[in-house]
Design a protein around this ligand. Structure first.
Ligand code: ADP
Ligand code: MG
Length: 469
């Protein structure tokens, strides 16, 4: 085994670790297509092949922390990750290693409390104060829609009117993936821009909790509390995480009261309204309701389309309109889901080197969201029955008795009877103006034949499977 083979094995171990810590579809989409290229033990530089810069950018943005945890375990703390990708310059396939390594620091949460005693002793604002706001989440790329109008405009008003205290705290709630984290970061950026002297701090309730426990162990709880009491705008994400953590809640309660009494702003997000929080002190729930409760609703159709079009445009992607429309109609739960589908489509098109089209979209959406319960329409049945039987819709609607067409027509009627609530007369009317006895005959014929004719059975199953995707 050569030295490089050993390094390659280490990469396999990293992948295993990443796989164990990541959702299956994320692993498949983003890590499976990668492969080991080389490792230089002198410089500690690891180079990994990626199908395109889309992968390296995505991994940089979303998985760099996890990736570095894995890499450091195998290659040591000084490892630096570079991506190498095939570039298609005027049809000459060449490879290119990116000049900058993937930075591990970006997504690894730093410990805001660590900066407390040194940089924040007086009330003088410190230019180095790190807000921990997420750079990419600004108002500029936050698309407006009816589902987010209230929290968005209140956020803007806090940023533009520092004295405005009616909405304090601002409590933004909504399901996962609707844009809470993005919105509160956008508010934080806007405040910093318009009121640069303000100390704005963003962090997750989870990190707050971890720091608090850490300060208990180190016996620095007073420093911890003092640090938070000096913040001008405190943004805490996902406060539902405080549930059942009594002493964290107590500490937060004191910080909250101090900030509120001193005219400082508190912005909170939560995955549910305060009244539905379990395991939370009543006195804290009461405080949450003091200011403004604003719901971020699930994105409506116009917003979903707007977000997709914007993302496609910003990334210079080529996605046909029917695909955008298909995703808009079928991926309805959250913005995160929309982005996930778009990313998977891009990854598929790069790995398989083909354009994004409606069939690929159907497959990807089928894996990502549960479309099984969506009603199947007769148009879809006709489309899939024709495609898999190699006949055209015009053939089906015509009076031709060609065997392949007759069979496709019968399959369409059989599937329409099975998967829609339409009556036999309606099915007949929609499939080439046949009368209902023809439909009954066709359904019977296919039902009988699929028990003995394996080829037909496979064909029907295949059409059914594609309908459910
Ligand atoms: P939550 O915190 O509610 O779970 P996030 O803020 O993490 O949701 O949003 C999920 C993803 O959707 C993020 O990538 C975010 O940028 C994007 N997103 C959500 N709402 C919008 C919007 N109105 N415009 C643009 N992107 C959005
Ligand atoms: Mg969030």
């Amino acid at each position: 085994m050569t030295q490089q083979d050993e390094y390659k094995l280490k990469w396999q171990c990293c992948l295993k670790f990443i796989k164990n810590n990541l959702k299956d579809d994320h692993y498949k989409t983003w890590f499976e297509p990668l492969s080991f290229y080389t490792y230089n033990s002198q410089t500690c530089e690891l180079v990994i092949n990626a199908p395109s810069s889309y992968f390296s950018e995505h991994i940089r943005a979303h998985f760099s922390a996890l990736t570095y945890v894995a890499l450091r375990k195998e290659y040591g703390n000084t490892v630096k990750l570079y991506f190498r990708q095939l570039t298609d310059s005027e049809n000459n396939l060449t490879s290119e290693v990116e000049s900058a390594p993937v930075s591990p620091a970006k997504n690894v949460p730093q410990h805001p409390a660590n900066q407390a005693p040194t940089t924040l002793q007086s009330h003088a604002p410190s230019p180095e104060f790190d807000s921990h706001l997420i750079d990419e989440y600004s108002f500029e790329n936050f698309i407006e829609g009816t589902s987010n109008v209230l929290p968005r405009s209140v956020g803007m008003s806090i940023a533009t009117n520092p004295k405005q205290m009616t909405f304090n705290p601002l409590f933004i709630f909504g399901h996962s993936g609707v844009g809470k984290t993005h919105l509160v970061n956008a508010i934080g950026h806007a405040i910093k821009e318009l009121q640069p002297e303000k100390r704005v701090l963003y962090l997750s309730a989870h990190l707050f909790q971890v720091q608090y426990i850490d300060s208990c162990i180190k016996k620095t709880v007073n420093d911890f509390i003092r640090f938070y009491q000096q913040i001008d705008v405190l943004i805490i994400d996902d406060v539902q995480e405080f549930a059942s953590h009594t002493s964290t809640q107590d500490t937060f309660f004191h910080i909250f009261n101090h900030l509120k009494a001193n005219g400082k702003h508190i912005i909170l997000t939560c995955d549910r309204p305060p009244t539905e929080l379990q395991g939370m002190h009543d006195r804290l729930i009461t405080r949450f309701k003091w200011g403004l409760l604003a719901e971020l609703q699930q994105p409506d159709e116009t917003l979903r389309r707007g977000i997709l079009v914007n993302k496609v445009h910003r990334n210079g992607l080529h996605i046909p309109n029917d695909v955008i429309e298909y995703i808009t109609q079928n991926v309805t739960e959250s913005v995160r889901e929309l982005e996930g589908v778009l990313n998977s489509l891009m990854a598929h098109s790069i790995v398989y080197n083909c354009d994004v089209d409606i069939n690929m979209a159907r497959r990807v959406v089928g894996h990502a969201v549960n479309v099984e319960n969506k009603p199947i329409t007769i148009d879809q049945i006709l489309e899939h029955a024709c495609e898999k039987s190699n006949v055209s819709k015009e053939d089906i609607f015509s009076s031709t008795r060609k065997a392949s067409v007759v069979q496709a027509r019968q399959i369409a009627m059989y599937l329409a009877q099975k998967h829609t609530n339409l009556s036999t007369s309606k099915i007949g009317a929609l499939i080439g103006q046949r009368n209902h006895t023809t439909v009954i005959h066709s359904v019977r014929s296919i039902t009988d034949r699929i028990t003995t004719d394996k080829k037909l059975n496979d064909l029907v199953s295949e059409i059914e499977a594609s309908l459910k995707r």
